[in-house]
Design a protein around this ligand. Structure first.
Ligand code: GTP
Ligand code: MG
Ligand code: MG
Length: 299
């Protein structure tokens, strides 16, 4: 006698029949389909093109308001930036194949290696995993950065996926984000210096900066406030690049060897860790010093 029951195997519903000597599985594709089955075909194929770097960029939703309500310091709040990078580190540690992440303000870009087959390269899976891991980490680690200051409401992050077929394109993408960081930070630094130290209203400061070039802004900071922009915090000027690095870590362990007394023995292990850099990633130096990030263009 065969006894039939539904079993879940590898995520698929199969019919499972047991005989005294064997188990027989009949996959659902061989069974009569329900009349609802056709809706599966409405799912679109969003597989990312092979050989391309997959970039997932997240950006905080309405962080202008979020920053106001949580009293972020102006123009940069190191607690907020620290929390963004802590959350990005959690994404890199929990998800596979991210070779570099770059963040500034309320955004973070995650670059998956071009040969990644994670989640069959399905854009929606990659993006939603990154966005949900990042968002839950942002809430989870909030206290580590903001202490007793409460999180007033759940923050959200939008995500998008962009493919870059060459190392040049990928580097230009990251350069674009770092240039954006520089432009915004220079503007915000002068703007808030004019307001907080120069006594201008926000409207006056906006007027004063209308039509100015980078050189003019540097000049205002230097001549009027004795501030050399290049000496401002690298975290604020350059943003944060997170990459994997191998580090030798030495610990000691108490060990007892045969015919010897128990003693402390040093043990050195090579560990992969996410390291943060606040440096220029537009020029060649960073990429020459970290040749493992990019894959060969001729793959
Ligand atoms: N004071 C302060 N504000 C920050 C800081 N980082 C981000 N912000 C705020 O977050 C905003 C991020 O800009 P956007 O991402 O363009 O704008 P948004 O308000 O998040 O709007 P959407 O992204 O379109 O939802 C900035 O304009 C600031 O108002 C910070 O360190 N300090
Ligand atoms: Mg935003
Ligand atoms: Mg933004």
């Amino acid at each position: 006698m065969l006894s039939g029951k539904a079993c879940r195997l590898g995520g698929r519903l199969r019919s499972c029949f047991e005989t005294p000597s064997a188990r027989l599985f009949i996959s659902s594709s061989n069974m009569a389909k329900s009349k609802f089955e056709y809706v599966r075909n409405f799912e679109t194929d969003d597989t990312c093109l092979r050989n391309c770097y997959i970039v997932v960029r997240l950006d905080g939703r309405n962080f202008h308001k979020f920053a106001e309500q949580h009293k972020f310091t102006k123009p940069n709040d190191n607690r907020a930036l620290g929390l963004m990078s802590r959350s990005a580190r959690s994404v890199m540690e929990e998800l596979e194949d991210i070779v570099i992440a770059y963040g500034q303000s309320d955004e973070y870009s995650f670059v998956f290696k071009r040969t990644s087959t994670w989640f069959k390269r399905r854009a929606s899976k990659l993006m939603t995993h990154v966005a949900s891991q990042f968002s839950s980490s942002y809430v989870f680690y909030w206290k580590e950065f903001f202490g007793d200051q409460p999180l007033l409401y759940p923050p959200g992050f939008d995500g998008r996926v962009v493919l870059y077929p060459s190392n040049r394109n990928l580097r230009d993408y990251l350069s674009w984000r770092q240039a954006d960081c520089h432009i915004n930070n220079l503007y915000n630094t002068v703007f808030w210096t004019l307001v907080l130290k120069g006594g201008l209203t926000t409207a006056q400061a906006e007027d004063r900066l209308k039509g100015t070039l980078a050189a003019d802004k540097n000049e205002i900071l230097f001549t009027e406030f004795d501030i050399n922009y290049n000496n401002e915090s690298a975290l604020h000027r350059k943003g944060t690049a997170l990459i994997w690095e191998k580090r030798e870590e030495t610990t000691t362990k108490r060990m007892k060897l045969p015919n010897e007394e128990e003693k402390e023995v040093p043990i050195t292990r090579s560990r992969r860790r996410v390291e943060a850099y606040h440096c220029d990633i537009i020029g060649d130096q960073f990429w020459e010093e970290h040749p493992d990030i990019l894959e060969d263009d001729n793959c």
